[in-house]
Design a protein around this ligand. Structure first.
Ligand code: 13P
Length: 284
């Protein structure tokens, strides 16, 4: 199928009280794992790319394999640029065929975040590209984005209403206490903020920091309005662990394609379990 943007995907998910998994891919193999897991489960899916991954491979190369995999699949697939602060890279991705982008101007003062996020909406909407924007600051490390504990803060619900009314994002990422990377303790999720923001903005919410949250946290967040769940660290672990496990079990065998297959299997298993957990199976 041709690539689609997140608009219809996320409004259907929000209405149906499930979430679409957004998986950060690293290479062709991980992208294939995402698309195949979604197709087998008849689920919509979002291929997500960090700015670092786009810069590493180049936007055209990456888009080449995304388009080829999506075209051969029956799963509805969107391709989304994750946390991006760089307007030139956002523009480049829109031109290269990304169907969705995230502007992360959350480190800027409120008015400036609003202004920059609005600029991205104006750049993206005429091209039918959806936009995710962030308010508050999500703690942790997501590739090139580092937010220290002392610099993180939750989204303010009143500001969230003003932000969404003025920016009109297609998807909203308020900081609600989740973190990028591995959780050090039990995350303290501000469910009251999520509930208030989802009800008052009526914009589908993106849940960041998906790796390591419990089934119960996912279910509660999805019930309260999270229509997109971001998973990155888990894919990185499956990528490395798949390699290490295969090589430790076959340490005299140097057959790279078997290692690549083992990585693929490990990533696909994790992605399929997530899609099922978020309720996306059978929704395509
Ligand atoms: P994790 O790395 O914690 O899964 O978070 C992913 C994410 O939110 C990407 O934006």
């Amino acid at each position: 199928m041709p690539l689609e943007n997140m608009k219809a995907m996320l409004s259907k998910a929000a209405a149906g009280k499930y979430a679409v998994g957004a998986f950060n891919v690293l290479d062709y193999n991980s992208t294939k794992a995402v698309v195949q897991a979604a197709e087998e489960l008849r689920a919509p899916v979002i291929i997500q790319t960090s700015a670092k991954t786009v810069t590493f491979w180049g936007s055209r190369t990456l888009m080449g394999w995304v388009k080829e995999l999506a075209a051969r699949s029956r799963a509805p697939v969107a391709v989304h640029l994750d946390h991006c602060k760089d307007l030139a890279l956002i523009k480049e991705c829109i031109e290269a065929g990304w169907t969705s982008v995230m502007i992360d101007a959350s480190a800027k003062p409120f008015e400036e975040n609003l202004f920059v996020s609005r600029q991205v909406v104006e750049m993206a909407r005429p091209k039918d590209v959806t936009v995710e924007a962030e308010l508050g600051a999500i703690v942790g490390v997501e590739d090139d984005i580092h937010v220290k504990e002392q610099d993180s803060h939750l989204a303010d619900p009143a500001q969230a209403v003003e932000f969404c009314a003025k920016v009109q994002p297609d998807c909203f990422a308020p900081a609600i206490g989740t973190a990028h990377g591995i959780y050090k303790g039990e995350p303290k999720i501000a469910y009251h903020i999520l509930q208030e923001v989802a009800a008052s903005t009526r914009v589908p919410i993106a849940l960041h920091g998906g790796t390591g949250l419990s089934d119960e946290v996912f279910k509660r967040c999805i019930a309260l309005g999270c229509a997109k769940v971001n998973i990155s660290t888990q894919i990185k672990y499956a990528f490395i662990d798949g390699f290490v496990a295969y090589h430790s079990a076959h340490n005299t065998q140097y057959d790279p394609l078997k290692v690549i297959q083992a990585q693929f299997d490990e990533m696909k298993k994790a992605i399929a379990a997530d899609i099922q957990l978020f309720g996306g199976a059978g929704k395509a």
